[in-house]
Design a protein around this ligand. Structure first.
Ligand SMILES: Cc1ncc(COP(=O)(O)O)c(C=O)c1O
Length: 494
């Protein structure tokens, strides 16, 4: 193992010379909000090889450039089925391409799921685990649920299932009419009564992973109330063991394996026995109550806009019957063909093992060290700190983000993000961004901020933390005109 010094250099970068009264305009921008992969780690060479392979392979090139089948490029469905059954072998995942549908990525696919498996006349609400991945809210709103997103708070184990059940029960006394907007769904699709949106593993923004017990509770609840659990499993392959606090790492490791994965909700739903005395209706058993919404955006490149769903064969087939896929086949056919090459040749796994996970593990470590050194007086790391030197437990972390809680009650995350931008040319994500749209009051986060360690390079991550520390240290100074920006000026970055 390569070793990292516990405390990064204390030397102040030249760009930090402007004093607390200065404005940020003279400094290079540091963006710790943006949740994109760093340009330096994009797999350009691998994609060059894979696209050349597709374009020169006479048996693939035409299929890859034409409209495709509704469920997507068949070789990628096969590669994924085999890959997922291997990674999640502990949970006996079947190697069955019929369980896979190729999608245009997790976001676009969320819209397709709602088109095929909800009816705003019948489906009560979209329940969103909070804090939430904020860019899903407009997708739910556009699907007919504006004003019907409901926040479900999280505790240390994950989504609060008691709060969720109380929410479900509100609707039990007034049974809905039959689906009325969409009487074309049966027999291949159905409207669920509820939808629950979660990021069970390495969540965005909180970085936390739901316990197995909580996953099981969630599946039981979903079965009981005819709910569909949409699990964005987009960070499952971007997890790593966190070296202990006394491990001194000096550079990123050459190879980082995926720690043993937790069961996805789709695995729990497939394997958890039905409860005695509770007969789930036939459609629910056929379609299931949980799906895995996967994406290549974070494990290959966002520009490919390609993902997959794993679900029961009936759900996966139903999803492929969504109008936009029926019209010429699943999206992203050429990207799918390219990714199939990356998987077949082992390049995807090599990239994750030798590039993506080492880079994220290293940046996560640098960010934590910088936070501990400069920000611990003001902010507490909610999840993803370094295990103590004495700890024998292996801690796993993953994803792109660190979620921090303000220690001082007189500080507001929204005001901090404004001031950080005005004074330090630093962009951070304030907690209110992750409140559920239309139900903000049920789970407030103005005492949290999110920092991304995936986008900026290592030096800028540390520089960003130092700039934020300066903002917080100078918090009690009177505000000047530069920091009194209207909200719209920072809104552009969200
Ligand atoms: C939880 C979560 N879901 C979905 C996405 C977007 O996925 P895609 O690019 O496949 O639409 C992101 C990207 O940040 C995310 O964090």
């Amino acid at each position: 193992m390569v070793l990292i010094p516990l405390h990064p250099s204390k030397a102040k970068p030249a760009s930090a010379s402007a004093g607390p009264a200065g404005t940020g305009a003279d400094k290079p921008l540091v963006n710790l909000l943006r949740g994109w992969p760093a340009p330096a780690i994009l797999p350009v060479a691998q994609l060059k090889m894979a696209t050349a392979d597709v374009l020169t392979d006479a048996s693939v090139v035409v299929d890859s450039l034409q409209y495709g089948p509704d469920s997507g490029f068949q070789p990628l469905r096969e590669q994924l089925a085999s890959y997922l059954s291997n990674i999640f072998s502990k949970y006996s995942v079947p190697n069955d391409p019929e369980r896979i549908c190729i999608t245009g990525g997790a976001s676009q696919n969320a819209a397709c799921i709602l088109q095929s498996f909800t009816d705003p006349a019948y489906t009560a609400c979209i329940w969103v685990s909070a804090p939430c991945y904020f860019l899903m809210c407009p997708i739910f709103e556009d699907s007919g649920f504006a004003g019907r997103l409901r926040a479900v708070p999280e505790d240390d184990e994950g989504t609060d299932v008691e709060a969720l059940e109380r929410g479900f029960q509100e609707f039990e006394s007034s049974p809905p009419s039959e689906p009325t907007y969409k009487n074309n769904l049966a027999p291949d699709r159905k409207a669920y009564r509820h939808v629950v949106y979660v990021v069970p593993t390495s969540s965005n923004p909180s970085g936390s992973s739901m316990t197995v017990k909580r996953r099981e509770q969630l599946v039981r609840l979903a079965r009981k109330y005819d709910a569909l659990l949409i699990a964005d499993d987009v960070y499952d392959f971007l997890q790593w063991d966190v070296p202990r606090a006394d491990a001194v790492l000096t550079s990123k490791q050459g190879s980082v394996s995926l720690p043993p994965p937790l069961p996805r909700l789709v695995d729990v739903d497939r394997t958890l026995p039905q409860e005695d005395g509770h007969e789930t209706e036939e459609d629910s058993r056929r379609f299931g109550n949980a799906i895995s919404n996967g994406s290549f955006s974070k494990i290959v490149a966002p520009g490919l806009r390609t993902g997959w769903v794993e679900a029961t064969p009936a759900f996966s087939y139903g999803l492929a019957q969504t109008g936009s896929s029926k019209s010429g086949g699943a999206p992203s056919q050429f990207s799918a063909a390219t990714i199939a090459v990356l998987m077949r040749t082992g390049e995807l796994d090599r990239y994750l093992q030798e590039v993506a996970r080492p880079a994220l593990q290293w940046r996560h470590r640098l960010l934590i060290q910088a936070v501990e050194e400069h920000l611990s007086e003001f902010l507490e790391i909610k999840c993803g700190g370094l295990p103590k030197a004495t700890s024998s437990e292996v801690t796993t972390y993953g994803g792109y983000f660190l979620w921090l809680k303000l220690r001082r009650s007189d500080m507001s995350a929204a005001a901090i993000s404004k001031r950080a931008f005005a004074k330090e040319n630093l962009i951070i994500a304030d907690g209110p961004l992750f409140e559920v749209k239309g139900d903000e009051a049920s789970a407030r986060f103005d005492d949290h901020i999110r920092l991304c360690f995936a986008w900026e390079d290592e030096a800028k991550i540390q520089e960003g933390v130092e700039r934020l520390a300066r903002v917080l240290r100078n918090w009690d100074e009177p505000e000047d005109a530069a920091t009194a920006l209207p909200a719209s000026d920072t809104g552009a970055f969200k």
